[in-house]
Write a protein that binds this ligand. Structure first.
Ligand SMILES: NC(=O)c1ccc[n+]([C@@H]2O[C@H](COP(=O)([O-])OP(=O)(O)OC[C@H]3O[C@@H](n4cnc5c(N)ncnc54)[C@H](O)[C@@H]3O)[C@@H](O)[C@H]2O)c1
Length: 444
């Protein structure tokens, strides 16, 4: 490039303002962006499903000029339905969607085409198996990122995300991760009080994602073109794509435990299986897990997640302290041991509290505009590893250490990505999939 003057676009891409005079005056400001008359943050969406569409609408609802300019999905039909969904969510701001036909991409390389479009930030909201590949490519190309949790399904992916997170820091790129409890006033207030000692020293944690489960498989074999499409359409039930529900959903609650402890567990053991959701259309994942994690100081985190209808349900986190207990999800603190009304010492209340899904985008976009440091990728990777470690322990029936989990060489991902390629798991002759067997399965 003959002209070595950085362009506004370079600014937004890399935040590489350190070489610019503006930085000598302090942090980047909106005024810096506006200097050449355009402060628009151009967004690309990769993974046009439910959450990707929601995240795009939230990104486009942040302050300042934002435009959605490119979209990519494995399936073209998803791009079209997402485009309509985003516009209807935005209502009078629908003009912020500006995706022409040349910037709608489908297929396994759609992510690269979105990244290669003239975008400043990419939203990564595919099934989590792809996240490490997509995140690595986005950071390599100098893009800011919002990525959904979990950020991987195996330790190989976690390490890839950690490496890209370090690169993002070095390049001054901002990264948000969809663990939105970190942006939810109720959690922020309650956890601050716990950390300030209002229930004494933390002795143990209890965390749950017990519910009826998610969507049933969306396509039958007759409706798709082969095994790869079958698994991609029904991704929740295949570990290379989803990581099992301990990883896919329960990560939220495990992450809250880590947040309260300001640490990650050093070991865990657990048990679980597939007792009710056993039909072969439900792929290879378990329907229940119970895992006991131990932190370095001996604190335990007792964790359960279940996908079975008509049972005791809870999506909550609780802390047991030396002088009281906390219902973190409920935003309540109590003296003594019982979460009873008469013991209540604090109850979070704010009927005007903001939607954390919106706040996480407000915070990320503000950091980009004001050039403040913002990188949630490392915690996202370590909380993902916490959930993967629980799955490893449950599938194998063994105790698993943090080090062994982090250094595991088992890759769940395919060698090749194409509709003709063979996925890493294939059905047995009766159409069912091999199910992990504790005591037999090697998972680390
Ligand atoms: N933070 C939260 O509370 C929250 C809530 C829901 C979902 N999520 C996360 O968002 C992610 C997506 O979940 P969802 O509910 O939107 O699923 P979804 O099935 O509705 O959407 C996923 C989309 O990704 C597409 N896709 C699959 N592989 C792709 C590839 N290689 N390249 C491009 N597109 C690909 C699918 O075709 C689909 O359109 C998951 O990681 C999930 O955990 C987070």
């Amino acid at each position: 490039m003959l002209n070595s003057e950085p362009t506004r676009r370079d600014f937004l891409k890399t935040g590489s303002a350190l070489s610019l005079g503006a930085v000598a005056l302090g942090s980047l400001s909106k005024g810096v962006f506006a200097a050449d008359g355009d402060d628009t943050i151009r967004v690309g969406l990769v993974g046009c499903g439910g959450r990707g569409s929601g995240a795009a609408a939230q990104a486009l609802s942040t302050e300042g000029n934002v435009k959605l300019v490119a979209m990519g999905d494995a399936f073209a039909d998803q791009v079209e339905s997402s485009l309509n969904g985003i516009k209807s969510q935005l209502k009078d701001r629908a003009d912020r969607v500006d995706v022409d036909e040349d910037h709608k991409f489908a297929g396994f390389d759609a992510y690269q085409q979105v990244i290669n479009s003239d975008v400043d930030l990419v939203i990564l909201a595919t099934p989590p198996g792809f996240r490490p590949i997509h995140f690595e490519a986005a950071i390599a190309a100098g893009k800011h990122v919002f990525m959904e949790k979990p950020v991987a399904t195996d330790a190989v992916g976690v390490r890839k995300v950690l490496a890209a997170a370090a690169e993002a820091k070095a390049k001054n790129l901002k990264v948000g991760v969809g663990l939105q409890r970190h942006h939810e006033e109720k959690y922020l207030e309650t956890i601050k009080r716990i950390k300030d000692g209002e229930i004494g020293d933390i002795r143990a944690l209890r965390v749950y994602w017990n519910g009826g489960g998610v969507w049933d498989p969306r396509k039958t074999r007759e409706e798709v073109s082969g095994e790869m499409e079958y698994q991609m359409r029904n991704w929740y039930y295949y570990n290379w794509l989803c990581g099992d529900h301990i990883c896919e959903q329960h990560i939220h609650n495990l992450d809250v435990g880590n947040w309260i402890k300001d640490a990650y567990p050093v070991t865990c053991h657990g048990m679980g299986g597939r007792q009710v959701r056993t039909d072969k259309k439900y792929g290879e994942i378990f329907d229940h897990f119970a895992v006991e994690y131990t932190y370095a100081d001996g604190t335990k985190m007792f964790s359960q997640c279940r996908h079975i209808h008509n049972c005791w349900n809870a999506v909550t986190e609780h802390a047991i302290g030396s002088t009281g207990v906390a219902d973190v999800h409920g935003g309540k603190l109590y003296k003594g041991l019982a979460e009873a009304k008469e013991n209540e010492t604090y109850r979070w209340r704010n009927k005007d509290a903001k939607n954390p899904y919106q706040v996480e985008h407000d915070d990320l976009f503000r950091a980009i505009r004001e050039n403040t440091s913002y990188n949630e990728a490392e915690n996202g990777a370590y909380s993902t590893l916490t959930s993967i470690m629980g799955r490893m322990a449950t599938y194998s029936g063994k105790e698993v250490s943090w080090e062994d989990a982090l250094n595991s060489q088992i890759s769940l991902m395919p060698e090749e990505f194409s509709w003709e390629a063979t996925p890493p798991v294939v059905p047995l002759p009766d159409g069912s999939y091999p199910i992990p067997t504790p005591g037999v399965t090697r998972a680390v």
